[in-house]
Design a protein around this ligand. Structure first.
Ligand code: UDP
Ligand code: UDP
Length: 299
């Protein structure tokens, strides 16, 4: 997501400093921007302080795929919490506005469907997803406390499942896993019985909404949901990808990881009203572009 955001901002003529510790990010995703005079890349981990001069901060730092954020869960919480403190400190010192990439995971395994921003969520504080969910929830708390205490301009964005080109082939999330498996004619790994649902947003739509939200009047803080409200079961997604890739892959059922949310679908009325945004990339077109990306990667 970061590389798509960076590309959009660079193309709009902004001076962009792109920070990454390259834990899950890849330099090749921004390689094409390296010769642009308004682009700079810096290896940095947000858990450490950072002194630069900026006027807008997009904080997208944190691995977002369960397999990656569960590999070093303590570091995941630190990234969200210490990272938020450092970036909020930077925003406070420079007087810049700051957007937090929060997540639909703050709703946990929800009993309210679809999820609207006023819902407080149902999150297990001690499970294997907690390092991510509670880290992101605490980051939201910090954003609102810095806003109340220090009058910082904040934008808290709750991002629902997003997919598209430049995902890592081993990212571990469902869209990339299924596409890579289908292209290799390998088994498609469906966790549980595949009846759980997700709603998938194409990355360009998401980034468009993110930048619009950043540039709203200062009284608009969010939280704001962004995502595509078209909901699919995981089995439906698997079948769609097999068909689109003409794959010989078979579905195999694997154990459902603990605390895996049963259902997820954003209510996006707030975004519709506030930034006049709704996603306009149909899942077939989005998957087609993503499949083309993975096909072109060396295998
Ligand atoms: N910070 C930073 N860059 C800055 C200003 C602050 O990385 O330009 C970090 C610094 O490590 C600090 C944290 O952000 O501890 C929080 O800053 P804040 O001003 O809220 O707190 P304080 O400096 O009083 O601890
Ligand atoms: N999933 C799956 N097979 C996979 C990867 C994921 O069935 O190879 C399921 C997973 O259990 C979850 C859904 O797909 O119910 C979305 O998983 P993902 O990791 O993409 O995102 P998140 O669970 O964070 O929404």
């Amino acid at each position: 997501m970061g590389s798509h955001l960076t590309e959009k901002l660079v193309n709009e003529g902004h001076d962009v400093i792109c920070l990454d510790n390259f834990y899950t990010g890849s330099k090749s995703n921004v390689e094409h921007l390296l010769n642009r005079p308004n682009f700079e890349i810096m290896r940095h981990d947000v858990t450490f302080p950072l002194y630069v001069e900026v006027d807008q901060i997009y904080n997208l730092a944190c691995p977002a795929s369960p397999i990656h954020y569960q590999k070093d869960p303590v570091q995941t919480t630190k990234t969200s919490v210490h990272g938020a403190i450092n970036m909020l400190g930077l925003a406070k010192r420079t007087g810049s506005r700051i957007l937090q990439a929060s997540t639909s995971e703050v709703y946990g395994d929800p009993e309210v469907h679809p999820q609207e921003e006023s819902y407080w969520g149902r999150v297990n504080p001690i499970g294997i997803r907690s390092c991510y969910d509670e880290g992101k929830r605490c980051a939201e708390t910090l954003f609102f406390d810095y806003w109340r205490q220090n009058e910082i301009e904040i934008k808290v964005l709750r991002i629902f499942n997003t997919y598209g080109p430049r995902m890592h082939p081993n990212d571990g999330r469902v869209v990339s896993n299924f596409i890579v498996q289908a292209l290799n004619n390998d088994d498609i790994t469906v966790y549980g019985d595949g009846s759980q649902t997700r709603s998938f947003c194409y990355v360009d739509d998401l980034i468009d909404g993110m930048v619009k939200f950043m540039n709203t009047p200062s009284e608009v803080t969010g939280p704001m949901n962004l995502g595509n409200p078209t909901e699919f079961t995981i089995i439906e997604l698997a079948k769609m990808i097999i068909e689109m890739t003409n794959s010989r892959s078979k579905l195999v059922l694997k154990p459902l990881p603990s605390d895996d949310p049963r259902q997820r679908k954003p209510n996006i009325e707030f975004a519709k009203q506030t930034i006049k945004w709704s996603p306009n990339t149909d899942i077939n077109l989005g998957l087609e572009k993503t499949i083309a990306y993975f096909k072109a990667l060396p295998r």
